[in-house]
Design a protein around this ligand. Sequence first.
Ligand SMILES: Cc1cc2nc3c(=O)[nH]c(=O)nc-3n(C[C@H](O)[C@H](O)[C@H](O)COP(=O)(O)O)c2cc1C
Length: 341
Amino acid sequence: MSPRNHAYFLAGAGDEQTSAVNESAFRQAHVTPRMLRDLRGGTPETTVLGQKLAAPFLIAPFAYHRLLHQPGETATARGAEAQSIKMVLSAQSSEPLDEVRAVGPGSDWFQLHWMGSRQATLELAQMALAAGFTTFVLTIDAPVQGVRDREIEAGFRLPPDVSAVNLAKFASPSFSPRDDAQSVIFDHVAQILPTWADVAWLIETFQAPVLLKGILHPEDAAQAQRIGAAGIIVSNHGGRVLDRASATLSALPPIVERLGPGYPVLMDGGIRRGVDILIALALGAKAVLIGRPIACGLAVAGDLGVSHVLRLLSDEFEIAMLLSGCATVQDIRRDLVYLKL
Ligand SMILES: Cc1cc2nc3c(=O)[nH]c(=O)nc-3n(C[C@H](O)[C@H](O)[C@H](O)COP(=O)(O)O)c2cc1C
């Protein structure tokens, strides 16, 4: 990656403490493997929201794949398709959503941003639904961009030929700062940010399942469940928004405890090895999402690079299951992992 792309794709916000603890939390978790179990007929397959997954992970939504490779999101989707892994397409995709959706059956999850109003957000969701996306992820943890010092230092900006093409038709929100404004940032953005009532409205109005991505607090998780979210994704946006936010792996167990075993809780942040997926599942995640390693695969070798990273993660996960005595994902239980956080 160029130094600018490196700063955009791999850095975290602020002092990068949250992006660092996302990864280091996994190293504080220790697996206590079980031996001599009958592993015949074992499989890494699982079911999430009634959908069969070849392994319990998906590609996380991330913006502007064309910065890394030409083509961008369609190449990533092809790499995912080759390994039967699902991809969540970012609202900030740099290729048209219908072209990405056409790559194959697995590319059917779409990530939504709040578009400034209920109607505009619903319109984006309807657009993706009409293109054949079936499952939706509303990201709620990035109402404003984090403090991205490394990007600023590197002089990162989008080149003229890369943009969020699917959002082009949406007007950028207009601000009317008051003359007596006390706060530059609050006065500019707070008026167009969604609240729980807006998100509850979207979930009720829109005809397809919506998961909420970017939850760390158990009470927010309970609120998401109450308003009918199809599931949640425990996430801090890979440490790109609030630096000092807790590691997602630390946030996961109290959330799972609060919501009970049946509700779909997914997580992302810091997963770099197949055994990390096993650890997240032991702590109660039904599946995980993976961001930066996929960006690296795409940057190195396009669809083949993405496919290769996914294969490595799948193989490592299966090996971790075998070595810890788990024939199925249901066997990956809480007592398999000792957390030293
Ligand atoms: C460069 C970059 C761009 C991202 N863009 C989006 C986005 O458009 N929408 C979104 O919901 N999350 C976005 N994310 C967050 C990811 O979906 C995910 O939460 C995070 O990357 C997971 O952490 P990991 O990279 O450590 O696996 C982005 C992450 C990165 C690294």
